[in-house]
Each structure stands twice: as structure tokens, then as C-alpha cells.
Design a protein around this ligand. Structure first.
Ligand code: MGD
Ligand code: MGD
Ligand code: SF4
Ligand code: MO
Length: 708
């Protein structure tokens, strides 16, 4: 028996980008395990991925191209050849381009795989070359990144491994144990060294339960807390004057602005007792090194951008950046010198082009968003919008259009793929090669393919090569091999790549970027913020073009970053939908709904796989506080309806005081088949954008819950 071990990397949209060792016997992957040599993975995979081979060999894998035979959405398909599938796509595209123009084609994708060659940008060059509509992908952290860029620039921030040196750790809207679990040992180590761990979350999550202090907060009000912390720090002269003078701009204006955000004001907004706001602030400002780790969830409401602006001001105010393990951690992705331009090729775009935001997919397809020309073809890959995007009713209506030609490339027939006219089978990470950045640590990774592709599945790169050929494109750029793409994906001359070679990377599976060792690295001890002024900008220079979308999210967009000017100082924006900000609406719909990540799913991935569904619970559940449940006659297991003016979805109740009064929690990622009927949580989420970066506002929604 031939038995080998292949080193790869987890493909998922997860900060941890684990190093995976796959055991292969006679060409079949029989087990996966975490690489013990990887300093972040430390030999452990999460519950989503520790049986990855079951995903790969699932009976439900899509392994051959298919054509729809039943009505749209019926899920009835017949097998066809790749040649036929590609020929049909090419002829429909040519026809649409001839009659309506290329803008009538809309690609739609995200991070189904995070590999640099198969992931975010794999289709961009082709769709740019065609002149298709550009889908602006502001799913995740776009508002947060805009705010971060405005305040401290695109810095990797605190090395996640440097947390072992921290003495005061705030996890702010971050459920580390579920969503970033390989960071936890570093936090634990810090606690062994005497650190205090604070979690700010409306829910007593797994993470909050293990913290020294869980501070429940009303969804969407975090900015009021951050501004009150600024207020107290300045009032009580807990500032680091030298650091502020040397490395920040706009302190006087910030101080004046913060006057109005008293602890009493913040307490009324957030539901946090005034004394707790004082205690938190005093402890934070007087313990060094102090570090804040923000989760993506902090941006998902009307004022999400300004929330991150305010939080990002805190470390500079108290001089936290002077210490190893002090400052702020958001996404260390900014450390990776990816050749984004080469991956997305914005230079190929025509001068006039149309940008459609990912959160507007439903209305873009139905015509509720007026578009000329209308969308006649949708090409989905690396994404599952039926499960993950708001305005689900419109999306369903749009996807059901008989005159819409929909292509979906997938591992499985997801809620979105059911509506395809043509299905294309994609390889999983075990069957493809790729090079990977991380948004949770500082190691570049390489994924060696462990097995041959199953059935007729192909990597996304190969799929786009085939389509390009059928569209008579002759530019050799579109026919680069995977190896060529990998070689061109990084700026190997960048100082952080010094001494790193592709050969080493392939062999070891991961290499640390050439940044200082975690224990020696205080990246902004001497300022050097990558902002226009080189300083931490309490008063933002970029606010003049403030409501722009960071190019990474506007992939492929060849425009400048012009946007609406915004107030250059951090300020509080109330949620659109909360009992305090919308009392009339709250009369009808008194409960705030949030839909955080499931422990056992990765977005909607694994929502169809037995082991993970067994862990998550077969059916969508919604958790209420006991008082809210009792008031509605609801008990554990009661079938319920969750509804507002936008729609309704059905679930089973869970009752727990882990959830704040007035808040209901519906874990994200369930497929429609797991619901008693039809729609999921995105039947209820709002279409509104947050204040910055066109981030979503799905933590900013009022609902009512009733039993059947
Ligand atoms: N298990 C698992 N891991 C994942 C994912 C997954 O689906 N499952 N998805 C991956 C992806 S794509 C991402 S973006 C990351 C996201 O990682 P996180 O940001 O950690 O994920 P969430 O679970 O959305 O939110 C974290 C916490 O924020 C809380 N929260 C919600 N609204 C608010 C608010 O207004 N204020 C405060 N203070 N807290 C709030 C929620 O209750 C939740 O416990 O996780 C990644 N990792
Ligand atoms: N209610 C609610 N909504 C949310 C969120 C939330 O927390 N709550 N989170 C938001 C966030 S942070 C994010 S990042 C988005 C995620 O939104 P999406 O990226 O659309 O969600 P996923 O479920 O990860 O879908 C990825 C799909 O890609 C497929 N896939 C995986 N690998 C490959 C491959 O190699 N090739 C191809 N062709 N397909 C592949 C998978 O099977 C999967 O169906 O959702 C957002 N929506
Ligand atoms: S999903 Fe995240 S935690 Fe799980 S194996 Fe992949 S990278 Fe690691
Ligand atoms: Mo995300």
C-alpha cells in the first residue's frame, strides 16, 4: 500500500489558515490533521475541517457539469460534457454581448476558497476583459477596513502571536473560540502570565463564558462605548502625552468631540452600567500592554465604520503601541505583498463600467434596482448568496427569472446552485494547488494537491481558462498555468519576502513573512502609521473622500477612491433599528436580531454535511432570553416564527440567559432545507449599508418572535 503525507493549507474564509497534513493511501485521502509544526495551527483542526475528506468524498459532491432540465430552482439537472457546458456558456455570453452589451453579464463571487489563484480574483481578469458589470464585494470587513485605513492605515497591527505579552485583552465583537480558535492558546498563555480577558458581546458566547469579564452590549451601540472610553481617558488625563504629540494628529479636536460622549450617555445607549464603563476604561488605560482584537461583527450596523474609527483611536491615546503586545489587531492580511493588480487586472476594464454591490444582488436581478442594460446572465463561483445575502425574497425571485442565464461553479448543489442553468464542478482543496495569505497570522502558505481531481471537477483557474478559450480570447495571460500564476501572485522582491522561496514553501507548507519576531515587534512604537500623515489620525485626512471602498473589496475596479466626504472625527451613529432609535418600529418589532457565525459551519459551508449539522443542530434555532420567551409563551423547542415587515422565517426556539434581554440570535449558515419552510434569516435582514465601505447592516434589525 502506498501511503504518503501531503502538506496543504485550509482553503476556508477563516483567519486561521491552518496547515493541514493529509494522509493519502493508494491515491485516496483517508485523514486530515493539523500540522504540529505550524506555530499557529499547533496540530489541531477545527470541527468544521477535521473530517475534510468527508466533504471531498461526499455522495452529494457535484462531480460533472450539469444542465437544468426542470423548472428553475427545482434542482433537476442532467449530466452534460464539459465541452457542451462551455460551448453553451460561450454562445450565450456572445449572444448577450451582441444584443445587450457585456454589462448585462454579472459575475458574483467571494471567498469560497481563499487561495490566491483560485479565490477572490480568479475570474476578475476575464470579466474585466469582457467588460462585464463589476460586483463590488463588500461582504466582510469592508466598513471596518475603510475606518481602519482612515485612522491607522493598512498596518498588520499587533502580531496575533504577540498576545502572549499582553496584560489586558479586549475581544470586541469577536467569538474567538468559534471563529478564530487557533488564536485562543495565545490568549490563554497571556492569562497564565496574568492578563485579564474582557469580551464585549451581546451574547455570552463560548468565548465570553471563559473570559474574566463578559460585558453584554446592545447590538450596534459599540461606538458609544468607545467614545465614552475616549472621553474618560482624556478627562482623567490617562493619556500618553508624549506619544500623542509625536505620533498622532487631531488630538485637540478629538478631545472636544469626545466631550459630549459621557459615560452616562454611553450607558443609556449600550445598556452597560456607568460604573462598568469607568472600570473598563481605567483598567484598559492603566494596564500595559493593552490590546484590542476586533471581530468582523463590529461593523454590521448603521455606524459600524465610525465604531472602528473610535476603537482604532484608543491605543494611540494611551500609548499602547509602545509595547510588544499592545495596540490593535484587525486583519494582518495587510502584511502580505500579494500582486493584487496582476490577479485582478483592473487595467483591462473598459473606461465606462458598471459597479453593482454584492448586497444588492436580489434587486439587481429583479429590476428593483433599475439597470440599463438589465442583468441577463449571472455567473456565481466561490459564493452562496441565497444563504448569505440579504433581500432573500428578491434574490429568489430574480434567480427564478426564466430569461436569466445562470452559471454556478460549486462543490455542492447549494440553495443558490439549485437555480443554475449550468452547473460546473469545482475541485476541493485536496485536489488543487494554491498559495495562500492569511488574515489571522503572518505565515504565507502553500497547498500541495493531495489527490487527483474527483470526477470531472476542475480548479476555478482551469474553468476560466476553458471559458476564455471558448470566447476566442488569445492573450496568453489567460492561459497561464497554475504554477505560473502562483509564481506571479506575490511580490517576491518585497522585503518581507526576503529569503522566502517557492521551493521551501512547497516543501514546508508555510513560511513566516520576514517581519520581526512576535516577541520583539511593536510595529508602531515609533509611529510610522501607513496613513497620509504617517501618524494615527484621530482627525482623518481621508475623510474628505471618506465613503470610499477599499480597493481590495472593489476588486477589479479601476477607478479612484472618490466617495462622499464624511465627518473627519469619530462620532456616534445610532442603529437604524433599535428600541431607542426607532421606537415606533420597536412597538411592532421589539427584538434585535443578530446572526453570528455558527460554531460548526463556515458561513454556509458544511450546512449540508452530516457531522457538522449534527453538531450545530438539525434545524435552524433561534435563542431568546428567558424573559422574552416567557412573555411569548415560548419554551425550548417551541416552533416559532421570526418576522418583520420584510419577511418571515421559521425556526425552533432555544431559551437562554446567555442572550441579552431584547436580543435574539439566529446562527448563520443554515441551508433552506434545514428550515421548516423556505426562507432563512436573510429574509429579514435590511438592505441598508453601514456608514463606511458599503458594509452590511445585518446586526441592525428589529423583529418579533411568535410561536405557531
Ligand atoms: N466557526 C466559524 N468560524 C468562522 C466563520 C464561520 O462561519 N464559522 N466565518 C469566518 C468569517 S467569513 C468571518 S468574517 C469571521 C467572523 O468572525 P467574528 O466577527 O468573530 O464572527 P461573528 O460570529 O459574526 O461575530 C462575533 C461576535 O460578535 C457578536 N456581535 C454581533 N453583533 C454585535 C455588536 O453589534 N456588537 C458587539 N460588541 N458584538 C456583536 C456576536 O454575538 C458574536 O458572538 O469568522 C470566520 N470564522
Ligand atoms: N446573516 C449573516 N449573513 C452573512 C454573515 C453573517 O455572519 N450572518 N457573514 C457575511 C460574511 S462575513 C461573509 S464572508 C459572507 C460569506 O458569503 P459567501 O462567501 O457567499 O458564503 P460561503 O457560505 O462561504 O459560500 C462559499 C461557497 O463557495 C463554494 N466553494 C468552496 N470552494 C470552492 C472552490 O474552490 N470553487 C468554487 N467554484 N466554489 C467553491 C462553497 O461550496 C460555498 O457554497 O457572508 C456574509 N453574510
Ligand atoms: S476553518 Fe479555520 S480553524 Fe478550521 S481548519 Fe480551516 S483555517 Fe483552521
Ligand atoms: Mo467574512
Amino acid at each position: 500500500m502506498a501511503r504518503t503525507t501531503v502538506v496543504g493549507a485550509c482553503p476556508h474564509d477563516c483567519p486561521d489558515t491552518c496547515s493541514i497534513l493529509t494522509t493519502v493511501e493508494d491515491g485516496k485521502a483517508v485523514a486530515v490533521r493539523g500540522n504540529p509544526d505550524h506555530p499557529f495551527t499547533r496540530g489541531r483542526l477545527c470541527v468544521k475541517v477535521n473530517n475534510y475528506q468527508d466533504r471531498v468524498y461526499s455522495d452529494n459532491r457535484l462531480l460533472y457539469p450539469m444542465r437544468r432540465v426542470g423548472p428553475k430552482g427545482s434542482g433537476q439537472f442532467e449530466r452534460i460534457s464539459w465541452d457542451d457546458a462551455i460551448a453553451e456558456i460561450a454562445s450565450r455570453f456572445k449572444d448577450i454581448i451582441a444584443t445587450d452589451g457585456a454589462q448585462a453579464i454579472l459575475p458574483y463571487s467571494y471567498l469560497g476558497t481563499q487561495g490566491i489563484i483560485n479565490g477572490l480574483n480568479v475570474g476578475d481578469p476575464l470579466f474585466n476583459k469582457l467588460g462585464a458589470s463589476v460586483c463590488e464585494r463588500t461582504f466582510c470587513d469592508s466598513g471596518s477596513c475603510t475606518a481602519y485605513m482612515m485612522t491607522i492605515g493598512h498596518t498588520p497591527g499587533v502580531d496575533p502571536e504577540a498576545f502572549i505579552h499582553s496584560k489586558y485583552i479586549i475581544l470586541w465583537a469577536c467569538n474567538t473560540l468559534s471563529t478564530n480558535s487557533h488564536h485562543w492558546p495565545f490568549i490563554e498563555q497571556a492569562r497564565k502570565n496574568g492578563a485579564k480577558l474582557v469580551v464585549i458581546d451581546p451574547v455570552r458566547t463560548r468565548t465570553a463564558r471563559l473570559a474574566d469579564w463578559h460585558i453584554p452590549i446592545r447590538p450596534g451601540t459599540d461606538c458609544a462605548l468607545a467614545l465614552a472610553m475616549i472621553h474618560i481617558i482624556i478627562k482623567e488625563k490617562r493619556i500618553d502625552r508624549d506619544y500623542i504629540d509625536a505620533h498622532t494628529v487631531g488630538f485637540a479636536e478629538l478631545a472636544e468631540r469626545a466631550e459630549q460622549y459621557t459615560p452616562e450617555f454611553a450607558s443609556a445607549e449600550t445598556g452597560i452600567p456607568v460604573e462598568d464603563i469607568y472600570t473598563l476604561t481605567r483598567e484598559y488605560a492603566s494596564t500595559a500592554p493593552a490590546v484590542v482584537r476586533i471581530g468582523v461583527a463590529v461593523e454590521r450596523h448603521a455606524g459600524g465604520g465610525q465604531t472602528v474609527r473610535a476603537i482604532a483611536c484608543l491605543p494611540a491615546l494611551i500609548g499602547a503601541w509602545k509595547h510588544v503586545g499592545g495596540g490593535l489587531l484587525q486583519l494582518p492580511i495587510w502584511a502580505f505583498p500579494v500582486n493584487w493588480g496582476e490577479m485582478m487586472r483592473p487595467d483591462l476594464q473598459p473606461e465606462t463600467m458598471r459597479v453593482i454591490n454584492s448586497w444588492q444582488l436580489g434587486p439587481a436581478l429583479t429590476g428593483d434596482l433599475p439597470l440599463d442594460p438589465p442583468i441577463r446572465s449571472l455567473f456565481v463561483y466561490n459564493a452562496n448568496p441565497m444563504a448569505m445575502v440579504s433581500q432573500q425574497d428578491k434574490l429568489e425571485q430574480g434567480l427564478a427569472r426564466d430569461d436569466l442565464f445562470t452559471v454556478v461553479s460549486e462543490h455542492f448543489i447549494t440553495d443558490t446552485a439549485r437555480y443554475a442553468d449550468i452547473l460546473l464542478p469545482a475541485t476541493t482543496q485536496l485536489e488543487q494547488k494554491d498559495i495562500m495569505f492569511s488574515w489571522g497570522h503572518l505565515y504565507l502558505s502553500y497547498n500541495n494537491p493531495a489527490i487527483e481531481p474527483l470526477g470531472e471537477a476542475v480548479p476555478n483557474t482551469e474553468m476560466f481558462r476553458r471559458i476564455a478559450r471558448a470566447l476566442d480570447i488569445d492573450d496568453p495571460f489567460f492561459f497561464r498555468s497554475d504554477d505560473e500564476m502562483i509564481a506571479q501572485s506575490m511580490d517576491w522582491a518585497n522585503p518581507v519576502m526576503e529569503g522566502l522561496t517557492l521551493e521551501d514553501l512547497k516543501e514546508k507548507g508555510f513560511l513566516r513573512l520576514q517581519v520581526p519576531a512576535a516577541g520583539d515587534w511593536a510595529p508602531h512604537r515609533d509611529g510610522n502609521f501607513p496613513t497620509p500623515t504617517g501618524k494615527c489620525e484621530f482627525k482623518s485626512t481621508l475623510a474628505e473622500t471618506g465613503n470610499f471602498v477599499v480597493p481590495l473589496f472593489r476588486q477589479g475596479y479601476n477607478g479612484d477612491q472618490a466617495g462622499e466626504p464624511v465627518d473627519p472625527l469619530p462620532h456616534y451613529i445610532r442603529p437604524n433599528e433599535s428600541p431607542a432609535s426607532a421606537p415606533a418600529l420597536a412597538e411592532k418589532y421589539p427584538l434585535s436580531l443578530i446572526s453570528p457565525k455558527s460554531h460548526a459551519f463556515l458561513n454556509s459551508n458544511y450546512g449540508n454535511l452530516p457531522a457538522q449539522v449534527a453538531l450545530a443542530g438539525e434545524e435552524q434555532s433561534v435563542t431568546l432570553h428567558p424573559d422574552d420567551a416567557t412573555a411569548r409563551g415560548i419554551e425550548v423547542g417551541t416552533p416559532i416564527r421570526v418576522f418583520n415587515d420584510r419577511g418571515v422565517f421559521e425556526a425552533f426556539a432555544t431559551v437562554s440567559s446567555d442572550v441579552m434581554r431584547g436580543v435574539v440570535v439566529a446562527p448563520a449558515g443554515y441551508w433552506q432545507r434545514s428550515n421548516r419552510r423556505g426562507p432563512t434569516v436573510h429574509a429579514l435582514t435590511p438592505p441598508a449599508f453601514a456608514d463606511l465601505g458599503r458594509a452590511p447592516t445585518f446586526s441592525d434589525v428589529l423583529v418579533e418572535v411568535a410561536k405557531f
